[in-house]
Design a protein around this ligand. Structure first.
Ligand SMILES: *Cc1c(COP(=O)(O)O)cnc(C)c1O
Length: 457
């Protein structure tokens, strides 16, 4: 008799993973190193540690250590909101009439409302341990800024957040959550930094972008003693911390002997997807198991599906190191898409390499289709999903509907990265049927890619 799978699979406290998994250790083709934009040589620890906390630089550069023990203080913080439940989407399966079995890992069960807290607490911990006064960062939709504010207040660190201007205006309540946790929030581009002034002079009407806010936050970090910059996605270290998502999900599935056929995640800078797939990709890389892995990105900002695999700046102001990644060009400013957390021009170097090696797939989806999926999900599974997460829901539903056609009983796992309580402007447009899909033209993408730095050797 088949074991009945509970609606929610929780891990016991003693089953929570105690080490992060570094998928780079099992990659044959390692992700390309960050390059110094001046010399085009790989960034050294010494160069990186002027910008980032030292321990995080070590994690960034380490392509070989498979497991990093999670410090006890971070494990203790994780206990406030972890383990995150793994949910069997029985209600969604029934609504779709699919023979597929759908599971989702829900990361929205904390005040910041997303998975970003998993890395925020780690980054704040290492900053505190190094004796720093504070950290600076950017935030797009606001989830990262909120998560970092929570983590900084826990460790008594100052937190300065540059928030993409259109989100700052669309989501004033996000700002108040950050301020409640003691953070200082500035709409970006701003007149507070030289790079902000320069961007405003060139594009006075810009609604901002993540790449632009990153430039400002980096400048703010390197010009204030006792400050470092922290980043909520894209970097190897962030994917390392986010591996907790995949490790917990895998432990929960293993308890019931469940093996997913398809693993789906939304992809902005790649941290939740990189974290969710990490242990599964490890098995795939070691030849122990096979999984179909699908990255889902917005049609308005399609870095994997329409970008180029090349060295590019991580930021609009071109002051950060160069990363080799699938990119639309650091000058690409996406339309004011509502999935703010997915409006990044590039993609994690780890995921870019895995994608280039054919180890995972990618697809893009349009925002109205995403909100149709979000609405169905909210109505049948109860949780109001974040627009970002709803990209993964869309793809999971599409795969489940394919199973309905073919009669295949595939097992689908997707990452439900967060909740959408601060995205109600977007839901309002969807409900009012005024939401539109904006897709960049080939010419727009080509124009942006023409400005890539010449760094490929
Ligand atoms: C930031 C964010 C994302 C996208 O970021 P990744 O680094 O690609 O994971 C997805 N979902 C939510 C809820 C977010 O806040």
């Amino acid at each position: 008799m088949e074991t009945k799978i509970p609606y929610k699979i929780y891990l016991e406290e003693n089953e929570i993973p105690q080490a992060w998994y570094n998928v780079r250790a099992d990659m044959k083709n390692k992700p390309a190193p960050l390059l110094n934009p001046g010399t085009l040589e790989p960034m050294t620890l010494d160069e990186l540690k002027g910008v980032f906390c030292e321990e995080l630089c070590r994690q960034e550069l380490d392509n070989d250590t498979a497991y990093f023990p999670i410090p006890e203080e971070i494990q203790n913080f994780y206990k406030m909101y972890r383990p995150a439940p793994l949910v069997r989407a029985y209600f969604l399966e029934k609504a779709l009439g699919t023979p597929a079995k759908i599971y989702y890992k829900f990361e929205g069960n904390n005040t910041s409302g997303s998975h970003k807290l998993n890395s925020a607490i780690a980054q704040a911990y290492y900053a505190k341990k190094q004796g720093l006064k504070g950290v600076t960062t950017e935030t797009g939709a606001g989830q990262w800024g909120t998560a970092l504010s929570m983590a900084c207040s826990y460790f008594g660190l100052d937190c300065q957040v540059f928030m993409v201007k259109c989100s700052y205006e669309q989501k004033p309540f996000r700002r108040e959550v950050m301020r409640t946790y003691g953070a200082n929030v500035t709409p970006s581009p701003s007149m507070k930094t030289e790079v902000g002034k320069k961007i405003l002079a060139e594009y006075p009407d810009t609604t901002g972008s993540l790449g632009c806010a990153i430039s400002e936050a980096v400048e703010a970090a390197v010009t204030q003693p006792g400050y470092r910059y922290v980043l909520g996605s894209v970097l190897n270290q962030v994917l390392l911390h986010q591996s907790i998502i995949g490790l917990e999900a895998k432990a929960a599935l293993d308890k019931y002997g469940i093996k997913p056929d398809i693993i789906i995640g939304c992809a902005g800078g790649g941290s939740n997807l990189g974290g969710l797939i990490a242990p599964f990709m490890g098995e795939k890389l070691r030849g122990e198991a096979d999984y179909r892995i699908i990255a889902v990105e917005p049609a308005s900002c399609p870095s994997l599906t329409r970008g180029k695999y090349a060295y590019d700046f991580c930021d609009t102001g071109a002051i950060c190191p160069l990363a080799k990644m699938y990119t639309l060009g650091s000058q690409f400013i996406p339309s004011a898409n509502h999935a703010g957390g997915l409006r990044y021009h590039g993609m994690s170097s780890i995921l870019s390499q895995l994608y280039d090696d054919g180890l995972m797939e990618a697809r893009s989806v349009e925002q109205t289709a995403v909100f149709e999926a979000a609405q169905l999900f909210a109505r049948v599974e109860g949780t109001l999903p974040a627009p970002e997460s709803s990209h993964a829901i869309r793809a999971a539903i599409d795969e489940a509907l394919k199973c309905k056609e073919t009669g295949e009983e595939k097992t689908i796992l997707f990452g439900l990265t967060g909740t959408g309580y601060f995205d109600l402007k977007a839901y309002e447009q969807f409900n009012d049927k005024t939401m539109i899909d904006v897709i960049p033209t080939d010419e727009q993408i080509a124009a942006s890619l023409a400005k890539l730095p010449k760094a490929d050797k």
